[in-house]
Design a binder for this molecule. Structure first.
Ligand code: 6PG
Length: 241
């Protein structure tokens, strides 16, 4: 893995505060440079806490923010497993986002490949370039080393010619952004908490590259925010007691 920045927080609340701060900084810089801030959201438990904190945070340029999704479970938008639903409940119901600036992944065609194509077409209408340059990409890591819906041993890992593709979790389809899109980002921020992630993080951050999350090597900055439990097996943590 190329160079990355690692920050470890003893408390998850401090990690969330830091993630809010990074979001504010990136958003301010992007709006100043190009009048818009584009961010890809992650599913999962830690991002959910971030979204709730963002809903209450000051100084975020929501009218200039475009929210897209890094991955989605292939379920209807009101399903309890829907990442869109999670973001809606944690964030969107609490703040006014302009119509057209929230782009959830479609999951209603009955055919994941068709919905992946449709989402790519939607993104191409609002994001320029052969590959879009997202200002911020939020990601988590699963205990198997997956990130977004890029799961070990699946075809989605090989996709180099699409923005959006179909991922598989134990045979269940999902939609996911592809590596070429993730790796164009100005900044990628992994948020990982909990003791159940300690072992995979040790492998991801200190071992040979073979996990899906290790292939996230953005052109811009790569930042890992971990809590103490997730970082427990990293050699770096020795000095923290
Ligand atoms: C999802 C994801 C996924 C997630 C990891 C970590 O929709 O589930 O986007 O990649 O980030 O599985 O999830 P936790 O933060 O809940 O451990």
């Amino acid at each position: 893995m190329q160079g990355f920045q690692l920050e470890i927080f003893l408390e998850t609340t401090a990690l969330i505060e830091r993630a809010v701060q990074i979001w504010q900084q990136r958003a301010a810089a992007a709006v100043q440079e190009q009048g818009r801030f584009t961010v890809a959201l992650a599913g999962g438990s830690t991002p959910k806490r971030l979204y709730a904190a963002l809903a209450a945070a000051e100084g975020i340029p929501w009218p200039q923010t475009l929210l897209i999704w890094g991955d989605e479970r292939y379920v209807p938008p009101d399903h309890p497993d829907s990442n869109y639903r999670m973001v809606r409940e944690a964030l969107l119901e609490r703040l006014p986002m302009p119509v057209g600036q929230v782009l959830p992944m479609p999951t209603q065609a009955g055919d994941p490949a068709q919905d992946a194509n449709r989402y790519e077409a939607q993104l191409r209408q609002v994001l320029a370039g052969e590959w879009p340059q997202l200002d911020l990409v939020l990601l988590g890591v699963g205990e198997d080393g997956h990130t977004a819906s890029l799961f070990p041993g699946t075809a989605a890992l090989q996709v180099q010619d699409r923005w959006v593709t179909v991922g598989q979790k134990e045979g269940e389809p999902r939609l996911t952004l592809t590596y070429p899109v993730l790796n164009q980002a100005v900044q990628v921020m992994f948020l990982v908490t909990g003791a159940n992630k300690a072992s995979i993080l040790k492998e991801a951050l200190t071992g040979e590259a073979h996990l899906p999350c290790q292939r996230v090597n953005p052109k811009g900055r790569l930042l890992w925010l971990l809590d103490g439990a997730a970082a427990a097996l990293l050699p770096l943590r020795t000095g923290l007691g």
